[in-house]
Write a protein that binds this ligand. Sequence first.
Ligand code: ZN
Length: 243
Amino acid sequence: MRALILSDIHSNLEALAAVLLNAEGRGGFDEIWCLGDFVGYGPDPGSCLERVRRYGLLAVAGNHDYGAVGKANVDDFNDAAKAAIHWTSGQLSAAEAGFLAGLPTVVTAGPFTLVHGSLRDPLFEYLLDQRSAQATLRLSATPFCLVGHSHLPFFCRENGGSPLFYEFTENEEFPLGEERCIINPGCVGQPRDRDPRPSYAIYDSQAQTIQRRRVTYDIHETQEKMRRARLPQYLVERLAQGV
Ligand code: ZN
């Protein structure tokens, strides 16, 4: 079984389509595992939901997903994110809003636990340091955890209780062995590692490996849609900068 692991699509249909096309052309996949933030920031919330729901989909909610349907507090969002979430709320059909509201915050799939932020704070914690990694490993009932939210890819090994973060290098097969780990596949719709290319991962259950890949897409088309939708200029610009 091969799972396509996506996080933080953020209503970016061109980025999502490029990822799906690339994954299909490189061995394909059997199902999609999504780590939340389907919506927010970008111009195509409904079309992005429709695209991923064509596949077998296992997914958790992100802070933007719940924020768009009034299930999470968006007071702490910055002004641009808040403006985008209000715009998004107005775009969603009742069925789309119902889908987002019905997403769980944590699910398991085989040896993996899927969560947007972290296991001690599924919607809001940015898992980026040793302490937050320790806390999530302690709470995890499975050997491996998949997280998103920071939009920053990494591969973190438990290392006997002092977790170590490694670069999740592109196009390299990372073996999943005895050691527990936490993995962030990077972000589809708004990368923040100073590289605007969408990032995704493929898990191969037979080989017990996980690989990260990046793709290119027409950023200008997405930016043009954002301008037409009058989404904040700051969000339009950061997309091309990968920040
Ligand atoms: Zn996000």
